[in-house]
Design a protein around this ligand. Structure first.
Ligand code: ARG
Length: 460
């Protein structure tokens, strides 16, 4: 036998180098709290079921609680020789309470133990992440409320398309984050299932009570197939997929923060507290935080593809490859928490340059659709109206004018249908206000949407 906890059938120790390669303790120590929590539930059930003596269960429980305190005090030390968090904690427990610690692992395997830890860990983190999404949504709603009548160019192909309200723009992201919230809430459902008691792969001959441990750990359900229980990492893949989408949303908005804070746009100015300077160019104010969120999105995509690739050829049930499920998940958790916090503060503190936005809508052709619609409402087929307005825009470009600059005389030559009220129609404020179709940018429509969003958020 060797010194390993599983050393019975071994006659030689792996080299230091091999042990280091196989060990996960350097990263899975993040699961320590959840591992102890899982063990507490398991040992209580073992005692209740008479699988071990109640006195033994109590001894183990007391030891585990001591480990909990040591962990909180930062006094637990782990070693590569003990491979992973599960064996490290079992070793620490043995050192503390002696051989009775060896009864804790009755009717359990590291395979269901690690799966349990991952479920508990992710469930805890989801409960942290969901409120951060809500906080960002609330910030977007608050910002939108003070900018209902702030008009700016709406873009397609990054070309001025039609004027919109800045609040409408903000609420577009609020809607995306609502779907992210819903996806992660569903993700929580698949994370909230207990694999404990699946043991190595096939269940156990001991009279365990899986529903009891699930209840003690506050799980809503148990896995119904032991092979699935120990080899399922869908809940992590869902998390990585959902956070990949969430980060993509953050990244798109960040791209606009970067663009809009440039001199060319100057639609917004980031707070000094969310910008950085240059070590050589004294005038610089760089949107580093927005760029970093955009950049970190790549890490999450990497985490997702890493785990998808780990999983794709794995035979049932447990394989050591599954140890590779951890770092990507930890990285994604950390990245998404930081990104959401930074984004919320950055949006909350940014200054909106309403004059610049307005200026951009007055000095462009984003009211061309208004003129075409104006003619169409007077009976001209829209296709024909489109053609006439297109020709008018071309003439204006050549003359260095905008549509509002043409005189009524000029307009009447273009079409006798055009009257003095055309100038009101061409005004960007009117253009936005009148787009009051359901879900449109019209001010009244936005006000309704703000109310809907607030009710929705109050239910989260
Ligand atoms: N450190 C391992 C992991 O993270 C724990 C499970 C090990 N089980 C085993 N049979 N080797 O996957």
């Amino acid at each position: 036998a060797t010194t390993k906890l599983w050393g019975g059938r071994f006659t030689a120790e792996p080299s230091e180098y091999v042990q280091r390669f196989g060990a996960s303790i350097e990263f899975d120590q993040l699961l320590a709290e959840e591992d102890i929590q899982g063990s507490l539930a398991h040992v209580q059930m073992l005692g209740e079921q008479g699988i071990i003596a109640v006195s033994e269960a109590k001894q183990i429980e007391a030891g585990l609680k001591q480990l909990q305190q040591q962990l909180e005090a930062g006094k637990l030390h782990f070693s590569i020789a003990n491979e992973d968090i599960h064996l490290n904690l079992e070793k620490a427990l043995t050192d503390l309470i002696g051989p009775v610690a060896g009864k804790l692992h009755t009717a359990r395997s590291r395979n269901d133990q690690v799966a349990l830890d991952m479920h508990l860990y992710l469930r805890n983190r989801l409960h942290e992440i969901l409120p951060l999404i809500v906080a960002l949504q609330k910030t977007l709603v608050a910002k939108a409320e003070s900018h209902v009548t702030t008009v700016m160019p709406g873009y397609t192909h990054l070309q001025h398309a039609q004027p919109i309200s800045y609040a409408h723009y903000l609420l577009a992201y609020e809607n995306m984050f609502q779907r992210d919230y819903e996806r992660l809430t569903f993700n929580l459902k698949h994370t909230d299932i207990s694999p404990l008691g699946a043991a190595a792969l096939a269940g156990t001959t001991f009279p365990i009570d899986r529903e009891r441990t699930a209840e003690l750990l506050d799980f809503s359900a148990v896995y119904h197939n032991s092979l699935d229980a120990v080899s399922d990492r869908d809940f992590i893949l869902e998390f990585l997929s959902n956070t990949a989408i969430l980060m993509m949303h953050l990244s798109r908005m960040c791209e606009e923060l970067v663009l809009w804070s440039s001199q060319e746009f100057s639609y917004i100015e980031l707070s000094d507290t969310y910008a950085t300077g240059s070590s050589i160019m004294p005038q610089k104010k760089n949107p580093d935080m927005a760029e970093l969120i955009r950049g970190k999105t790549g890490r999450i995509y990497g985490d997702l593809f890493g785990l998808l690739t780990v999983m794709k050829g794995l035979p049932l049930a447990y394989n050591k490859d599954l140890q590779e499920d951890k770092e990507g998940m930890f990285d994604a958790v950390n990245t998404v928490i930081m990104s959401l916090k930074v984004m919320q503060g950055m949006v909350d503190t940014l200054q909106v340059k309403t004059d610049r936005m307005k200026h951009a809508t007055v000095h462009d052709f984003s009211n061309a659709t208004e003129l075409a619609d104006y003619l169409a409402k007077k009976g001209l087929p829209f296709r024909q109206a489109h053609e006439i307005v297109g020709e008018t825009v071309l003439k204006c470009i050549k003359a260095g004018k905008f549509l509002k600059d043409l005189t009524l005389e000029e307009y009447q030559k273009i079409s006798p249908l055009i009257e003095a009220d055309v100038y009101t129609a061409l005004d960007p404020m009117t253009a936005v206000a009148n787009r009051d179709s359901l879900g449109g940018t019209g001010f009244d429509e936005i006000k309704k949407e703000l109310e809907r969003a607030k009710v929705q958020l109050s239910n989260h």
